[in-house]
Design a protein around this ligand. Sequence first.
Ligand SMILES: [Zn+2]
Length: 470
Amino acid sequence: MRSAFLFLASAVVALVSVVQSAQPAPSTKTMRVDYFHTGGTAPETFALDEVVIEPAPWPGRAGVVTDTLRYGAYGFDVRDAATKALLYSAGFGSIYDEWVTTEEAKNRARTFHESLRFPAPATPVTVTVRKRGPQDAWQDVWTVDVNPKDMFVNPSAPDPDPGAVIALEKNGDSASKVDLLLIGDGYTTAERAKFETDAKRLLDVLFATSPFKERRTDFNVWGLVPPARESGVSRPSQGIHRASPVGATYDAFGSERYVLTFDNKAFRRIASYAPYDVVEIVTNTETYGGGGIYNLYSTVSANNAYSPYVFVHEFGHHFAALADEYYTSPVAYLPSETREEPWEPNVTATPASPKWQDLIEPGTPLPTPWDKQDFEARSRAAQAKRAEIRKRNLSETEMEKLFREEQQMDQRAFPAERYAGKIGAFEGARYEAQGLYRPAVDCIMFTRSPDFCEVCRRSIAKVIDSHVGR
Ligand SMILES: [Zn+2]
């Protein structure tokens, strides 16, 4: 989500850019198209809400920037209305595209608020949302014409003002950095300093994990903490409801550990005060939980013993479109009816020729054997204990103790695997015990492991490259 446009004649641009190269480029504004996305038992429809100019400047690269990664269930293109030239494109995931795979979507219609952000153009553009179909065929599903001079384009500073932007880490000009924004949700005015402490603790772990470790200076990190009336966020399964500024809540889709905000407008209004490419919403809560959606946001509960791990795992979803490699934990999604090749870079349905084939050493069997039965027996026992802890509403310390035991057993078992540390195609991934394969025995996207597998590391590095223009 980056770039800036030049609308002058190319010869003039070349001359001006040479003459002015020593001066900082004038900052491009950020345009945001807000819309409603409906589906389920109703036909899938899109309807414009409003077009705004965000308070913070465009955080991305200058010039025409198009999406070469092609991740996400959806994507959008911004084209010059007159010449049809492609000015900007990006892929994205949404709450909607997860929701349509739940039981609820079979029985009711529902509307989600979504946003598209791109460098504000000087002349009219056409914005097209496209949807991935079978065999990665893309279909245009919504088109909207945007005239930047239209009187309804809203440049006002939105409420609530979340307060001063905190520079948690500044490594250079936003145009050539990944701008990561951490937003605290459920922090009162008195807890502002606590947010900074929480944010720094989480960032320390992110930047201790490869490849973020090696690429730290490619990031700027910003913080925003809109003051909450009360501490904490909603947890409906425990009767806890909070009107927190960002609207983060546990129990998304009925999954107790899944934290999302469904209030996209509130989230976007707050975030718009900082330059951001990617966002992690940090909730001022203790219960284990989080979530992450490609190019939307990720979430993490700040005060759990496993918060740093969850932070990194969920950021993997949001930043690099990584799929969950786990398959034994309960989720709200129904099993998919087709066995299509998933678009995520770290899961495959074709073990004989996975998309990460170049990383597989010759002689590695495909699919690659591992002690699946032993893992599943361990995992089943842990899941049963976990459900019991939540059912009896025992303390978070009990849950953390269980996670530690589970982690210790995994860390003993995995290094003993014949193909430990090797890349292959290991059956069991993305909520499916059979038919889907992950690249390694272990990874942060699989268990509470300390490291990403090599395929995930490479995918993350590619996304960093795409932001910094390498
Ligand atoms: Zn992985």
